[in-house]
Design a binder for this molecule. Structure first.
Ligand code: ZN
Length: 350
């Protein structure tokens, strides 16, 4: 509560301050299908990609990013099309994909949010977001805190203060055909993958798959993941005849590029389950996805992330502490109940 005035001040500064990124421009990637690209701005949290589908009764916005400039890009596109946002679909509750719900809904209050009910656990007592928000509120402001870090924290807490905008108006609990804003779509639910409830879409008309963080470059983000079922979800995407897959972060991919990622994911998971050194698994990852990384900086970041996640996953028997799925880490049983301890761990982390 006490941070609300701070959040307001930050919002004012963000509109006024120079150096704030420009809103990303939408581009058409398939008929009636537009990408508002996410980004990883330095010293800030990432924005996931947004895909906008033109329906007959309005726009379907798939993921809304984190920062106000990203949602400004979505709103500018809707305005330029002179079409209302009829639906928001969140692939998962990570806030780089859903913080913008608040700003999009403020302009289009009739827009219905489609997502799984996994978010209710994340914002409920002891949930991932609740724990992180408690930790952020408890942190004493420090004169040495960089402005961007303070801004990111204020944005996070402002989103949590409005967490009802993250919840589904239309809970999606199982895979099936849906017509959203007049557009027929195959909506898939992947349980216990990137989070405990992810959505991804296949649009048969354009052969575009919108797959959220099932693909994230330079490396998968395992903070809330169950890697075994995540891999199964990648296989399920692969079984569809898509020609273009839009990941949660990074450029749209061909089938071949997707398959490169899918195989690299499997190799990395096997390596995590072996006794190989983290550096070896990390090098393996970067080599396997090499053709998908465009610069030395990307390759270094890929290796650094992957090395970190080897330790992170091994601490919890091959999955994140928040993974509810007891089976299917795919890692051999170390017989110590490590995973159970992890499940109970309600400690906070950044
Ligand atoms: Zn993401």
């Amino acid at each position: 509560m006490i941070l609300r005035p701070l959040a307001l001040l930050v919002a004012l500064l963000q509109t006024a301050a120079p150096g704030v990124p420009a809103p990303p421009a939408a581009r058409e990637i398939a008929p009636g299908t537009f990408l508002v690209p996410g980004a990883m701005p330095p010293d800030r949290g990432p924005d996931g990609n947004t895909v906008i589908l033109a329906g007959t009764t309005g726009l379907i916005v798939i993921d809304t990013g984190r920062h106000p400039w990203h949602s400004d890009g979505i709103l500018a596109f809707a305005k330029s099309r002179n079409q209302p946002v009829a639906a928001i679909l969140n692939t998962h509750w990570h806030l780089d994909h859903s913080s913008g719900n608040r700003r999009v809904k403020a302009v289009y209050p009739q827009a219905k949010v489609y997502t799984t009910t996994a978010v209710d656990r994340a914002i409920g007592p002891g949930g991932f977001l609740t724990r992180n928000a408690d930790a952020a509120r408890a942190r004493t402001p420090d004169a040495n805190t960089p402005a961007t870090v303070a801004e990111e924290a204020a944005l996070f807490l402002a989103t949590m203060d409005a967490s009802e905008t993250l919840r589904p108006d239309v809970p999606v609990e199982r895979s099936g055909a849906m017509t959203i804003a007049g557009r027929p779509l195959a909506v898939h639910v992947a349980t216990d993958a990137v989070t405990d409830g992810d959505l991804w879409l296949y649009d048969e008309a354009t052969r575009v798959a919108v797959i959220g963080d099932l693909v994230t470059l330079p490396a998968p983000f395992f903070e809330t993941a169950c890697p075994a079922r995540w891999q199964a979800a990648l296989d399920e995407v692969w079984a569809n005849p898509f020609t273009l897959a839009v990941p949660g972060h990074g450029a749209p991919m061909s089938r071949d590029a997707f398959d490169t990622y899918r195989k690299a994911f499997g190799n990395f998971r096997s390596c995590v389950g072996s006794d190989k050194l983290p550096a070896a698994c990390a090098e393996g990852w970067t080599t396997d996805v090499g053709s998908l990384l465009s610069s030395d900086a990307d390759r270094k970041q890929a290796t650094d992330y992957a090395a970190y996640y080897v330790g992170f996953l091994r601490k919890n028997g091959g999955a994140s502490a928040d993974c509810r799925s007891k089976q299917g880490s795919g890692i051999r049983d170390r017989g110590s109940g490590i995973r159970d301890q992890g499940q109970k761990g309600l400690g906070t982390r950044d």
